[in-house]
Design a protein around this ligand. Structure first.
Ligand SMILES: [Zn+2]
Length: 284
């Protein structure tokens, strides 16, 4: 089963008169959506009681939760203190995920160390991740998702994410197709290019892990350095386009969670993707 949902709330939620985050699952169910990525980008500031109530509301409305971890995480930092902080952000995200019943936390791998070969940053990230995995064994049922990133100077090309994910089955690739598109100057916008990505994941991590990838899909504006701004499906000049990707969900038998991060239209665009998917169901 494929699930669709937004990253955080778009204005639509408030425009329709909803206020409390605890009403989100009900709101999403009304829209026919089945997933939600709770945003902790600025820090994990949720209380246990809130998490438990959100868990209950999500189960009642069949909404599968994931958490977006703080943006401040950098797995490749040379600074010991920063690594410690990164670890705390990850551990707190895992804690909140367990209380909410979320199955994955999404982590940005970090940035490339300036003036040094990329492989050095990758190696640093690997050894730090091994430490993280070792220290968080009591959360082994929650996957740590590693996201492909939109800027060239960020750690998180497809190859880098897959290489990190080889460390453990507790790591899950989070394939952000908008980011791949932006990072590679407009590539990953055609069916053949999406196929290349999916084939690569299958080759490196195997069919089973391919079917279970976590996906972010939004149109994006980019410059030479990569990602500039998230856009919406209304703005047809920006890729990638979901209609070119959707048939591959069937071809590769994906059971992914697909999250929209469109600029303040994430709920609307998640609905659009779900509708495209449903219109193909059985017909491909
Ligand atoms: Zn992200």
């Amino acid at each position: 089963m494929v699930r669709f949902g937004p990253a955080g709330n778009s204005s639509l939620f408030y425009d329709e008169g909803f206020k409390s985050s605890l009403e989100i699952p009900k709101f999403l169910k009304e829209k026919g959506l089945t997933a939600y990525e709770y945003q902790c980008g600025r820090g994990v500031r949720v209380k246990e009681d809130f998490c438990l109530q959100l868990k209950e509301a999500s189960e009642e409305n069949d909404i599968l939760l994931s958490i977006h971890s703080p943006y401040f995480i950098n797995l490749a930092s040379e600074d010991k203190e920063k690594l410690e902080k990164s670890f705390n952000h990850i551990e707190k995200s895992l804690w909140a995920a367990e209380k909410m019943g979320a199955k994955v936390i999404v982590v940005h791998p970090g940035s490339i160390i300036k003036g040094k070969p990329r492989t050095e940053s990758l190696d640093r990230a690997k050894s730090f991740l091994e430490e993280v995995l070792d220290k968080t064994k009591n959360y082994k049922d929650i996957k740590i998702g590693l996201e492909t990133m939109g800027k060239v100077n960020q750690l998180g090309s497809l190859d880098e994410v897959l290489s990190l994910c080889l460390l453990s089955n507790r790591l899950k690739p989070v394939i952000d197709f908008g980011h791949l598109h932006a990072r590679d100057g407009g590539l990953f916008n055609k069916k053949e290019e999406f196929i290349r990505v999916l084939e690569k994941i299958g080759e490196v991590l195997g069919e089973e892990r391919l079917r279970d990838i976590h996906i972010h899909f939004s149109p994006i504006e980019y410059t030479q350095g990569g990602e500039k701004k998230h856009r919406t499906f209304d703005e047809r000049e920006f890729g990638p386009r979901f209609e070119d990707f959707a048939p591959l969900i069937f071809k590769y038998n994906l059971s992914s969670v697909i999250i929209s991060e469109s600029q303040d239209k994430q709920t609307e665009d998640a609905i659009l993707m779900k509708d495209i998917y449903n219109s193909l169901k059985g017909g491909v």
